[in-house]
Design a binder for this molecule. Structure first.
Ligand SMILES: [Zn+2]
Length: 266
């Protein structure tokens, strides 16, 4: 009888130890979740050499965003709605910056707050940053309060790449804006130095082909002097739509040209 008890005790000790060590082993291999459920690790998918990581579309592109006016220069004003052009330009500019960053662009801004910046300082900043592209953001104004639509400007003396760049940004912002409101008017690409009111020998300063090194475009994003357009411009959702359209323009342009194309070395 004593012998039988000893055997039972021996069996208990041996199997008990093995049960505990198996549980310890399992907990080392499969860490317990807070709920106490054991979960195995899933090994990572092996990398497929046929499927390399795609670089972001605008990786390496230095893009200067230039929100027009600022500080003591409000730009155009809509007194009915209490809107100032400088604020809309900056707001869309900051949204565009965020958007371009998601495509890997190296974004620089001539201003990111409500401050004065001269025309020459905007060009010089772009040149000092070795920008690949420059885009200036404005909203339009006219004495005729029913004037409406989006237009984009480029220097009339600039080369084909500059004009293609401005045209592509323009096509995309208009397409995207129309997805928000199909009534938005396409006022087309216009040429600083040959399209009125910039046809009397004067030119838009920030776009000067002889002074700025990067392909440069200026977008007039609707009319603040038109209450319907000004009201739409004041909405964050519409501002995001405009920024999306411009960003899509940059991506399309990057499928047609390399970042160095059209950049002037002086
Ligand atoms: Zn302006």
């Amino acid at each position: 009888m004593k012998k039988a008890i000893l055997v039972c005790f021996f069996v208990l000790v041996v199997f008990g130890t093995q049960f505990i060590s198996a549980a310890t082993w399992r907990s080392r291999v499969w860490p317990q979740t807070p709920e106490g459920v054991l979960k195995p690790h899933h090994p990572a998918e092996p990398e497929d050499p046929e499927d390399p990581v795609t670089p972001l579309e605008l990786q390496g592109w230095v893009i200067v965003i230039d929100p027009g006016h600022g500080g003591t220069e409000p730009g155009a004003i809509n007194n009915n709605l209490g809107l100032k052009e400088k604020d809309i330009n900056l707001s869309v500019g900051l949204l565009l910056r965020d958007n371009l960053l998601t495509f890997g662009a190296d974004v620089k801004m001539t201003r990111s707050t409500d401050v004065n910046v001269t025309i020459a300082a905007r060009r010089n900043f772009s040149n000092s940053q070795n920008a690949h592209r420059f885009v200036s953001l404005h909203v339009n104004a006219a004495g005729n309060t029913s004037a409406k639509g989006i237009e984009t400007w480029v220097d009339t003396d600039a080369g084909k790449i500059w004009k293609d760049y401005a045209q592509t940004l323009h096509n995309n912002i208009v397409r995207k804006a129309r997805s928000y409101d199909s009534s938005i008017l396409d006022r087309k690409l216009k040429y600083s130095g040959s399209t009125p009111p910039w046809s009397d020998g004067r030119k838009i300063g920030v776009l000067r082909y002889d002074l700025i090194n990067a392909p440069a475009a200026l977008i007039e994003m609707n009319f603040i002097s038109n209450d319907v357009e000004a009201n739409r411009l004041s909405r964050t959702e519409y501002q995001k739509t405009l920024a999306d359209g411009i960003a899509e323009g940059f991506v399309e342009h990057s499928t047609q040209y390399n970042k160095e194309d059209g950049v002037i070395k002086r």
